[in-house]
Design a protein around this ligand. Structure first.
Ligand code: SF4
Length: 408
């Protein structure tokens, strides 16, 4: 089963901390960009061996909620024609709260979108200003209410912690304000100061304090405790799904119990489980048939490549928009499996799954690393024998990057 990602690289303005492949002031390109997306989808359809089965779609960005409903409708109908789309497919659209209206959300629902991801980031006006976000917390409340009314109750809120001048109390406040909206899902990210962003320049000039990593770790621990208490399952380092108690009591025991009862993001699970996905649009990445692909970054160049494809494109999963591709060798695949799989803090890496996929045992391949990291209390085993899984300990979740580095 495949997952499909669509990158929508348009924003009304650029936020000071953002280093995503997005552009302000290029909305005039949207119609041509949508047409180029259609072309790229059709190209993938023609190149693939057989009709691909697809179970998740994700429109990310950028600000996909800037797309007109008619354009989205067209893309979805091209997708239905090109792929074998599961009738229960998860279809997510990222939205900026300030760009939404009730009619728009109703329109999304009518088109089959069944999951929203809203960029809330903070409930504090001064923090939203610092991030140069264009929305207010009131607009988040309004967006959540409209989403529910439109039948899109499966929504995520993104929040950022570890901001310059943010203290634990301020973070706890934003988290409470998010919980008041009863989101089905929460993604919490520590602010990273990306190279070349305005935020980095302000910090370098001493206009803003450097984020404090120890304080950010305290904020993360606070959130993990509070969300567990509020009935959310942490299933990935930065992601929590709301547990539905009615579903939980129907299910037996075992690690997967939580997944079926929690509102997890199926699309992102595909990445973390190392399963195939195609990426469409400017700067989109894909992984299919053992090949990682990367598309051209600029929206104008993307449109041009899809309008006038060059002569030699290459076999699936390459498209005329591809500017980089890499066959993933065995060692890379193993390293990626460890890095991505360990992000799944409940599921971790299954010993049986690892042996089936790579023909060797996890303990044999990484005996020294596992012994050392379990001794340091950063990794732990769950279950025993064929059922056993290696996963991050609660302490390991705070030091994930240090753990991952040992498997590269
Ligand atoms: S809205 Fe999101 S994608 Fe757009 S500039 Fe801001 S952070 Fe980046």
């Amino acid at each position: 089963m495949y997952s499909l990602y669509f990158h929508i690289p348009f924003c009304r303005s650029r936020c000071g901390y953002c280093d995503f492949n997005t552009y302000a002031g290029l909305e005039r390109l949207i119609p041509a960009y949508l047409h180029a997306l259609e072309q790229e989808i059709r190209h993938a359809e023609l190149q693939a061996a057989g009709r691909l089965k697809v179970h998740t779609l994700f429109f990310g960005g950028g600000t996909p909620s800037l797309l007109p409903l008619t354009g989205l409708e067209r893309i979805l109908s091209v997708l239905h024609a090109a792929f074998d789309l599961d009738p229960r497919a998860e279809i997510t659209l990222e939205a900026n709260p300030g760009t939404l209206s009730f009619n728009y959300l109703q329109g999304l629902k009518a088109l089959g979108v069944n999951r929203l991801s809203l960029g809330m980031q903070s409930a504090r006006p001064e923090e939203l200003r610092l991030l140069e976000r264009q929305h207010t917390y009131l607009e988040v409340i309004q967006a959540a209410a409209w989403a529910r009314q439109a039948g899109l109750e499966n929504f995520n809120l993104d929040l950022i912690f570890g901001l310059p001048h943010q203290d634990l109390e301020s973070w706890a406040h934003s988290l409470e304000m998010a919980l008041r909206l009863h989101p089905a899902h929460l993604s919490l990210y520590a602010l990273t100061v990306e190279h070349g962003t305005p935020l980095q320049r302000w910090i370098d000039r001493g206009l803003l304090a450097d984020p404090d990593p120890d304080l950010a770790a305290d904020m993360y621990e606070h959130a993990a405790g509070r969300l567990e208490q509020a009935g959310y399952l942490q299933y990935e380092i930065s992601n929590w799904g709301r547990l539905e108690p009615a579903r939980l009591s129907e299910l037996g025991s075992g690690f997967s119990r939580g997944y079926y009862a929690a509102a997890v993001c199926q699309h992102n699970l595909q990445y973390w489980r190392g399963l195939p996905y195609l990426g469409f649009g400017a700067g989109a990445h894909g992984y299919a048939a053992g090949v990682r692909t990367e598309n051209v970054l600029s929206p104008a160049a993307y449109i041009q490549r899809m309008q006038q494809p060059g002569p030699a494109v290459g076999a699936f999963p390459l498209t005329p928009a591809t500017i980089g591709s890499r066959v993933v060798g065995l060692d890379d695949e193993i390293a990626e499996t460890m890095m991505m799989g360990l992000r799944l803090v409940q599921e971790g890496i299954s010993t049986t799954g690892f042996k089936t996929r790579f023909g060797m045992t996890l303990e044999h391949r990484f005996s020294q690393e596992i012994e050392e990291l379990t001794r340091l209390g950063l990794l732990e085993w769950q279950g025993s024998g064929a059922q056993s899984r290696l996963r991050l300990s609660p302490r390991g979740r705070l030091l994930g990057n240090q753990v991952f580095m040992r498997f590269v």
